[in-house]
Design a protein around this ligand. Structure first.
Ligand SMILES: *Cc1c(COP(=O)(O)O)cnc(C)c1O
Length: 379
């Protein structure tokens, strides 16, 4: 079945009791058991409930996975996967990961005796070189936040398989509509479902999908034990958001491509980072593993002062953290998503003082470009 049909079928499961074509919101923390001898599928809602299960099956289907899990936030999902590691384990992590992931890997896991190396995953030799006898996993994010750096997913998977490691991929930036890491051999996909999956800047949510039953059992154990599960109202909103994922991703990525082309020829813009541009490092690899460049781009206006002027002059995008919504969002990573990084780490990650990240929404692209054109005349 096509991805378009999957999106609707995964999120529109008829309720056998009433025939309702939207998943019922089952607000119940506990479930009555039929008898002393006969327990039903659900007992306590942290362990599982029908609404969350519908959402978990939907995200699993979209990522072409068998087992799906939903969490209260993306960081809860990512932590839920990383907490399957044990004292003495080592992981190799892309040095261009989301700031919150960086914080868990750098500031929490080492306290539990789980060590790591941050590596530039565009250099596969460096990745292989970082593997130690106690390495258990490779962790990637492609395109990465906020510099849109591309990782060769199949190349990383080949290394992981040679060393019997698992590969974990953060697929937040593209969503399963544009990229399916499990199809390329990745073991676990993680998401901030807060972003494109939910799509409306209304809820926080996280997701994990895998095809590996042993891993799924460990992930479920942690999900149930730690308890950072997605609530049923938020699950319903997530399912509603996913129904329009295809139209949103298609429209926003077409607009992002036009905006990237526009910025590229602008003399006040020193750098445009967008995987849909033929000149973007990793463009050819990206074109093989993803359907389009996605809806997020970053561009450099030369200095923090210029970035401030541009942001102050723009009238359409919200100036905020987050991305992946119906409205365009402009953000300044050094003060926002990557405020955790010190100046040296920022430079190391390619986050220059004039870098702005633009998450393209559903507004008319001509209006967005006119807004940018006006703002850029002020620097
Ligand atoms: C936002 C984000 C996260 C964290 O998700 P939350 O829902 O904010 O906890 C993780 N990875 C990426 C790529 C993100 O953009």
């Amino acid at each position: 079945m096509s991805d378009w049909t999957d999106l609707i079928q995964a999120t529109t499961v008829h309720d056998p009791l009433s025939g309702a074509i939207n998943t019922p919101i089952q607000l119940s923390s506990t479930f009555n058991q039929k008898s002393w001898d006969e327990f039903g599928q659900f007992d306590y809602a942290r362990s599982g409930n029908p609404t969350r299960e519908a959402g978990e099956q939907a995200i699993a289907k979209l990522e072409h996975g068998q087992y799906g899990y939903l969490y209260s936030t993306g960081m809860a999902a990512i932590s839920g996967v990383l907490f399957t590691l044990s004292v003495g384990d080592h992981i190799v992590v892309s040095k261009k990961v989301y700031g919150g992931t960086f914080r868990v890997v750098e500031d929490i896991l080492p306290r539990w005796g789980i060590t790591h190396d941050f590596v530039d995953f565009s250099d596969l030799e460096a990745v292989e070189h970082a593997i130690q006898p106690n390495t258990k996993a490779l962790y990637i994010e492609t395109p990465s936040n906020p510099v849109l750096s591309i990782t060769d997913i199949k190349g990383v998977v080949a290394i992981a398989k040679r060393h019997q490691l698992i590969t974990i991929a953060d697929n937040t930036f593209l969503s399963p509509f544009l990229q399916k890491p499990l199809d390329l051999g990745v073991d676990v996909v993680v998401h901030s479902a807060t972003k494109f999956l939910a799509g409306h800047s209304d809820i926080l949510a996280g997701a994990v999908v895998t095809n590996n039953q042993t891993l799924a059992d460990k992930i479920y154990f942690i999900q149930n034990a730690v308890g950072a599960t997605l609530g049923v109202l938020d699950t319903w909103l997530l399912l509603r958001g996913i129904k329009t994922l295809g139209v949103r991703m298609t429209h926003s990525s077409q607009s992002a491509q036009k905006i990237a082309d526009y910025l590229l020829q602008h003399d006040k813009v020193t750098r445009v980072l967008y995987p849909g541009l033929a000149r973007h490092p990793g463009h050819n690899i990206h074109a093989i593993q993803a359907k389009s460049g996605g809806a997020v781009l970053s561009f450099d206006v030369g200095s923090e002062d210029n970035a401030r002027k541009v942001v102050s002059a723009l009238t359409i995008p919200a100036f905020s953290v987050s991305l992946g919504a119906v409205e365009s969002i402009i953000s300044y990573p050094p003060k926002m998503s990557h405020a955790e990084l010190n100046p040296e780490e920022l430079a190391n990650t390619g986050i220059t003082p004039g870098l702005l990240r633009f998450s393209v929404g559903l507004e008319d692209v001509a209006d967005l470009i006119a807004d940018l054109e006006h703002a850029l005349t002020l620097i």
